[in-house]
Design a protein around this ligand. Structure first.
Ligand code: SAM
Length: 345
């Protein structure tokens, strides 16, 4: 998209902005510039709109008089950490992220809170070990806002977006681990199809996997737009008003590259080891795989769920921030002692 006007993107008239095709795929069609609501997120330093900010804050920190140490597993733009710190001046927050860019930006924006925030670069699956390294044996509450931030999704160089041309990377921590392209190279057709089916709920996974592997074999898989084209070749172009055909494949690869479900399982297994009796854990998830894991963890005897059903963002919030539409918030209070009857590792 070089040469694009700031704040705008190329779109076919009448086609949802979420479902772009490139000019090469639709030659002879008239193209127009449309305002791109995500552009600001790219140009500003770290623009992520916090989802269910007050709901998460109030579940985790019950009162402005609260004291003690709390954990934010997914610092990102620092929105939830800031909300916790502002609500209760007597608390501290240990904030985790595995993305160096997010940590650096949040260190600057949260500087006014001084040593009330401790920044930890680590996957949250290691939360128990990381807290132990800090000399913290238990915490008074915890939140996690799963998945990726807007800057991670929107920056072309992260390779998570099928709308922006970039390397097929998709790692949240770009300093370690396998990129999505390396994963595609390593997996056989069937294994790749399994990943796309399992993490993307994509029923056309076999066709897509074959097409992606063929593009790789033909040296035609270099950028995210190449990957999208390989998916489109397998399943056809986007329908007007429909989601982009590459959405599920990109989600699946991102989940696999970042081992997102393994991380969540490790976090959930660690909760009984790190939460004080009565501490609340609040977890925001964005797809059914995540929500299922959280739901199962919170029906154990050692948790008293705060609500039977997950809380959702208000209509007003969803209108202002479409990302909030798929958010599900589950919160539960830890009941110490009950876990002894259960089978925790
Ligand atoms: C949705 S954003 C969080 C946004 C934040 N709550 C806010 O309001 O600004 C998720 C963040 O969590 C980080 N993240 C996701 N999975 C992680 C994991 N397993 N370990 C550590 N950080 C993770 C991502 O790098 C990203 O910065």
């Amino acid at each position: 998209m070089s040469g694009a006007r700031a704040g705008a993107q190329l779109a076919l008239p009448g086609l949802a902005v979420d479902a772009p095709v490139t000019p090469a795929e639709a030659p002879g069609t008239e193209w127009v510039w449309t305002e791109d609501p995500l552009e600001d997120a790219v140009t500003q330093e770290f623009a992520h709109v916090t989802v269910m900010r007050n709901e998460v804050r109030d579940a985790v920190v019950a009162s402005p008089d609260a004291t003690g140490t709390f954990v934010d597993c997914t610092l990102g733009g620092g929105g939830h950490t800031r909300a916790l710190l502002e609500k209760a001046p007597g608390i501290r927050v240990v904030a985790f992220d595995r993305d160096e860019t997010a940590l650096e930006a949040a260190k600057r924006s949260l500087a006014p809170f001084g040593d009330r925030v401790t920044f930890v670069r680590s996957p949250f699956g290691r939360v128990a070990e990381a807290l132990a390294e800090l000399g913290i044996s238990s915490v008074a509450g915890l939140c996690a806002d799963l998945g990726v931030s807007s800057p991670q999704l929107d920056e072309a160089s992260r390779g998570m977006s099928f709308r922006r041309e970039g390397p097929i990377d998709m790692r949240m921590d770009q300093s370690s681990g396998e990129t999505a392209l390396e994963l595609i190279e390593r997996l056989g057709d069937d294994q790749l199809a399994d990943v796309i089916f399992r993490y993307g709920d994509e029923r056309r996974s076999r066709r897509i996997a074959r097409s992606v592997k063929k593009a790789f074999g033909d040296n035609q898989l270099v950028t995210t737009l190449d990957l999208r084209r390989a998916v489109v070749r397998a399943v056809g172009p986007a329908r007007v008003g429909g989601v982009d055909p590459a959405t599920r494949t990109f989600q699946a690869l991102r989940i696999a590259v970042n081992e997102e479900l393994d991380e969540l399982e490790a976090l959930l297994a660690a909760l009984p080891k790190i939460l004080d009796d009565g501490a609340v854990a609040a977890i925001l998830s964005f797809h059914s795989h995540e929500d299922r894991l959280v739901k199962h963890a919170f029906v154990k005897k050692s948790f008293a769920p705060l609500t039977k059903k997950p809380a959702m963002a208000s209509e007003e919030e969803c209108n202002e921030n479409p990302r909030a539409r798929s958010a599900k918030l589950r919160a539960a209070r830890f009941v110490a002692g009950a876990e002894e009857e259960e089978d925790y590792p």
